[in-house]
Design a protein around this ligand. Sequence first.
Ligand code: NAD
Ligand code: AHE
Ligand code: ZN
Length: 369
Amino acid sequence: MKTRAAVAFEAKKPLEIVELDLEGPKAGEVLVEIMATGICHTDAYTLDGFDSEGIFPSILGHEGAGIVREVGAGVTSVKPGDHVIPLYTPECRQCKSCLSRKTNLCTAIRATQGKGLMPDGTTRFSYKGTPVYHYMGCSTFSNFTVLPEIALAKIREDAPFQSSCYIGCGVTTGVGAVTNTAKVEPGSNVVIFGLGGIGLNVIQAARMVGADKIIGVDINDRKEEWGRRFGMTHFVNPKKVEGDIVQHLVALTDGGADYTFDCTGNTMVMRQALEACHRGWGVSVVIGVAEAGKEISTRPFQLVTGRVWKGSAFGGARGRTDVPKIVDWYMQGKIEIDPMITHVLSLEEINKGFDLMHAGESIRSVVVF
Ligand code: NAD
Ligand code: AHE
Ligand code: ZN
C-alpha cells in the first residue's frame, strides 16, 4: 500500500513529505493508521545528527496514537478497529528483562529496533524502490506504519487521539519518572531542570503525589508561567542567579532536594542536578538524552555521601500494562494534557513544529493526519 509520510532523508535537513510504499504486516505484526503524533525533543535530536543510533533515510516520530487496520498471522492481543498507542519500549512479558520485574526495558526486539528494522531484519517502508528505515520501532510521522504486536498498548476508545498521542512518550516519561523511577513521597522537595514537554509532566506528577516544594529551573523565563500552571512553587533562571546555581538550590531546599530530574539532556545540568540533591539520600534522575559522545562527571564524594544517580527511560513504564492506566488518569482528570498541546499542525507543517521547539515557543506540537 501507499502511505504519506514525513521522511528524514538526511541529518540536519528539513523533513520531506512524500508518498512511500508500505508492505503489510507479517506474522506477529500490526498495521496501524496513525491519527496524531507529537514531536518530542528526541526526534529533533536524531534529525540534528546527535543520536549515535541515528539512521537515514528514516521516518521519525515515536509519540503517536492510532487505529489498528490489519493484523498479521498469530496476532491475538489487538484486532482491526482497536485504538492503540505505539510503544518504543515494548513489553513482551517473556524476555529476561520483562521477567526480572526490575526494569521496563524489554529486550525482545531492541537489537533490530536500534538498526531501524523490524524484528525479522527487514524494513516495511521504501521510496522509489530504496529502503526507508523505521525509527524507535514506531515511525509515527507516517500516516500508516507497521509495528510488532508487543509494541502496541490498546487504549480506551473515548480518549481523543490528539491528546492521547502525547502519552506515547512525553506524558508517560515525565509522570512515570516521578511515580515509577523516583517514587516521590508526599512532602518531598523536588527540583526539575528543563520545563519543556517532559519537565512539565514531571511537575504535574510531583503535584499529584503531594510534593512540597516543586522548584523549576529553566534558562527561558517564559517557562515560569508554564511551570506554575502545573504546580511549580518556585522558579529559578540560572542565568539570573548570582553565584553558584547548586548552592542556590541547596539553600532553597534546606540542604538539598530529595529528588531532582534532568529534563534538558545537557550533561553540565545533569551534574548540577546530582549535586543539588540532599546529602545522605537525595536521588537525581537523568531523563534528558545527551548528544553522542557526551559524558557525565562528578566528584565520587557526591555518591559516597549518599546521593544516588539514576536514569529513567519511558518513565520506567511497562507500556502495554501502564499506558492504558495513564490514559485513564487523563480521562479522569488526574493529569492534564490538553493545555500542553500548544500547536496542532498538518503533516505538511511538521517542520514548523521543529522550529517552534528550537525557538522555545512550544510545549508540544502535535501533527494530526
Ligand atoms: P523541550 O525542548 O520541550 O524542553 C527542554 C527544556 O530545557 C526547554 O524549556 C529549555 O529551555 C530547557 N533548557 C535547555 N537548556 C537548559 C539549561 N542549561 N538549564 C535549564 N534548562 C534548560 O524538550 P522535551 O521534549 O521536554 O525533552 C527534554 C529531554 O528529555 C530531551 O533531551 C529529550 O530527548 C529527553 N527525553 C527523554 C526521554 C526518556 O525516556 N528518557 C523521553 C522523552 C524525552
Ligand atoms: N539512541 C540513543 C539514546 C536515545 C535514548 O536514550 N532514548 C530513550 C528514549 S527518548 C524518548 O524520547 C530510551 O528509551 N532509551 C532506552 C533505549 O533502549 O533506547 C543512543 O544514545 O544510542
Ligand atoms: Zn520522546
